[in-house]
Design a protein around this ligand. Structure first.
Ligand code: SF4
Ligand code: SF4
Length: 520
């Protein structure tokens, strides 16, 4: 029997199993997904109790915990072979426990509402990226927001009202909010709004070009409680970076911005968009990040906004794969080193969250590279790798657009991911005018994005290709924003940047690149 056929059979079995298990699970979770006037969320409190925290329950909660929640967590963690040590570390007593607990609660409420799905859909996003302003002091070729010019944005009061809405998503609230742009630091009220956000949302980050970050600015970011700073750098040399960012002198300022953040003790990450003109520099940027004490995030080229005009910069599938392998190899080597150290000494300080990527195929490449070394390790897309998460890769599931996160526009419009263009089809509603929870539960476009079985297959030169034909679609799914761009608004098309879809790339890219760029 062919691998493809066997895989389909396993999937059908899984689906049959889920259709039996899901109604039961929904019923069970419903019994303890309750808000107690005295104790707060029983769902969260019972998890803390299960993991060893001393929790005071009222009589009614104590009874439900004993009869329902505790057996549920005990049996569930055994069946899923969950790493309870990892859970204890993440959910109890560390700086970001609150964000992890909110994420967990959203996941459980998601199972209660929609059942277990592969990949899963929580009851609200784990993260929202907010393009806080259209203004920018650079003119980058790849800007997905097409920043610059004046368009209506939320006022300070409206921005705070939007944060109030986010802090109530699905009653649990949003775990993580990222301010992006344009250049978020250009808005004079950035500190006021970000400080307000930090009081309501446990994890706050900023994605910036870094040019406005002096030592004083870094201090201020630290003071208001920004947890993570992501600074874009697209070249290890001035020429490559500035050719792309198109403002002379910005390289030096960005490097200074990175240094200031690191010196201030902020969790700092260099974000590099890989494109044809900087591919030869990406290893050097990786080294630079290491030298400067910053993490490294690869941003996948997505032809949206101004990037569509420069679509010829999109790396070929082979070029993208080679980059993924360079990063993936470093990560797998770190994983093995950490594992060996742990076996010898019982602990390790080698962290795996130094390199990550927005390219969903990264999960597949890391999985393959780790198998080649006899390991069973992979990474979730967009998020820093954590040891202990790999077993849930199918469940976490690659592209998170409209599932694990959404994008917010400066005027409060909601869309599935910031890399989608903003138009009537992709606008899901407005954060101040529409009910977020209702959109999340019912919007058709969101459910289209959440259903991997709808991904398309294509016959090219006698071969079947496309994300719909891929056995890794549950850990990857292809970048839906890239499909949207290359296939004129098709949410289920192939991600032609993937090596498995190379035939499709060859077939369409020549004609499409000139067509798309000229139509822009
Ligand atoms: S074919 Fe699609 S789903 Fe499969 S690995 Fe490539 S991009 Fe991901
Ligand atoms: S569409 Fe998916 S893979 Fe692409 S950038 Fe958005 S979340 Fe990431």
């Amino acid at each position: 029997m062919g691998i493809g056929r066997r895989f389909m059979q396993i999937k059908s079995l899984e689906n049959a199993l889920l259709s039996t298990v899901n109604p039961l699970l929904k019923l069970l979770i419903e019994k303890f997904d309750l808000e107690c006037d005295q104790d707060g969320s029983l769902l969260v409190n019972s998890l803390k109790h299960f993991l060893g925290e001393e929790v005071k329950f009222c009589n009614s909660c104590s009874h439900l915990n004993h009869m329902m929640a505790n057996p549920f967590y005990r049996i569930g963690s055994r069946l899923l072979r969950a790493d309870t040590g990892f859970m204890r570390n993440m959910f109890l007593g560390q700086e970001y426990s609150d964000a992890w607990l909110k994420g967990f609660a959203l996941m459980m409420r998601g199972i209660r509402k929609y059942g277990i799905r592969i990949p899963f859909t929580p009851a609200g996003p784990f993260e929202i990226v907010w393009n806080f302003t259209y203004s920018c002091n650079l003119r980058c070729k790849h800007c997905y927001e097409n920043a610059g010019g004046h368009r209506p944005e939320l006022t300070t009061d409206q921005a705070c009202a939007a944060i109030d809405v986010l802090s109530r998503i699905a009653n649990f609230g949003l775990p993580a909010l990222s301010f992006s742009g344009g250049e978020p630091l250009i808005r004079r009220d950035f500190y006021e709004v970000a400080a307000y956000a930090k009081r309501k949302i446990p994890y706050i980050s900023i994605a910036t070009n870094g040019t406005l970050i002096t030592r004083d600015v870094a201090k201020k970011l630290k003071e208001i409680g920004v947890d993570y700073v992501e600074i874009s750098l697209d070249g290890a040399t001035q020429k490559v970076h500035e050719d792309f960012r198109r403002v002379p002198g910005c390289f030096e300022k960005t490097i200074e911005g990175i240094k200031s953040c690191v010196e201030e003790g902020l969790d700092t990450c260099i974000a590099a968009t890989a494109h044809k003109e900087n591919l030869s520099e990406t290893s050097k940027i990786l080294d630079l990040a290491e030298r400067l004490g910053a993490r490294f995030m690869h941003f996948n080229y997505v032809p949206t906004g101004r990037a569509k005009k420069h679509i010829h910069l999109d790396p070929t599938p082979k070029e993208r794969l080679s980059l993924m392998e360079t990063m993936g190899q470093k990560l797998v080597d770190r994983y093995i080193e950490a594992k060996e150290e742990e076996m010898k000494t019982g602990k390790t300080n080698i962290s795996l969250d130094r390199i990550f990527s927005t390219c969903p195929q990264f999960a597949r490449v890391v999985k393959r590279l780790s198998r080649e070394k006899g390991e069973n390790y992979t990474v979730p897309t967009h998020y820093a790798a954590k040891k202990g998460v790999e077993a849930a890769a199918n469940f976490i599931g690659g592209c998170g657009a409209g599932r694990l996160y959404v994008g917010l526009e400066p005027n409060g419009d909601i869309k599935p991911c910031v890399f989608f263009p903003t138009n009537e089809q992709t606008k899901l509603g407005n954060i101040l005018e529409d009910s977020f929870d209702h959109i999340w539960d019912t919007n058709d476009l969101l459910w289209e994005l959440r259903t991997r079985e709808k991904l398309e297959k294509y016959k090219v030169n006698g071969h079947i290709v496309g994300c719909g034909n891929c056995k890794d679609k549950y850990i990857c799914g292809g970048c839906r924003a890239r499909s949207y761009s290359y296939f004129n608004g098709d949410l289920h098309g192939a991600d032609i940047g993937c090596i498995l879809n190379e035939e499709l790339w060859k077939e369409i890219v020549g004609q499409r690149i000139s067509e798309i760029a000229s139509s822009h």
